[in-house]
Design a protein. Structure first.
Length: 161
């Protein structure tokens, strides 16, 4: 029996993590949300959790350039940053670990459902469309910060009321 197949990396508390500024896409297709199942591997935040596509920004990149690059790397799609609509930003104070704060910017991207056939998953274990109800009552693991951003997106009309 291969021991490594039985290891649940979600329980890893020893492998160092490297927090970084990041961008994420709230991809909406026909009223549903396209999410990525993160790889089940050691050393990443929230392995084997569903979440938004995106990732860390690189030096000298704008947030929009970083998101376009990440989406190309993860979905083999070229999207013009002009279609990205800023949605919200979260900041995380990591002073408890002796680190500077980091942020995660979320952008809304609306794509026609027919574009799903154009997307080719290149990072992560899977991609899937979820309804708002499925996300709000999730019985599957969602990355906490993405779950919160998605909750805000789903409930944005209630917040404006």
């Amino acid at each position: 029996m291969d021991f490594h197949r039985r290891v649940d990396h979600r329980l890893d508390t020893r492998t160092p993590l490297k927090p970084a500024n990041a961008v994420a896409a709230i991809v909406v297709m026909g009223g549903n949300y396209l999410l990525q199942l993160r790889d089940h591997k050691q050393g990443i935040f929230f392995p084997a959790h569903w979440g938004c596509f995106g990732g860390a920004t690189e030096p000298a990149e704008t947030r929009e350039q970083a998101l376009a690059r990440e989406l190309h790397e993860e979905l083999a799609v070229t999207l013009e940053p002009a279609i990205f609509r800023y949605f919200t930003r979260f900041e995380f104070d990591l002073s408890f670990a002796g680190l500077p704060p980091i942020w995660r910017y979320f952008y809304e991207i609306e794509l026609a459902p027919s574009r799903l056939a154009d997307l080719r998953l290149q990072e992560g274990s899977a991609m899937q469309l979820f309804s708002a109800d499925q996300i709000l009552t999730a019985s599957f693991p969602l990355t906490p910060y993405d779950a919160f951003a998605l909750w805000f997106h789903i409930n944005r009309a209630r917040l404006r009321a």
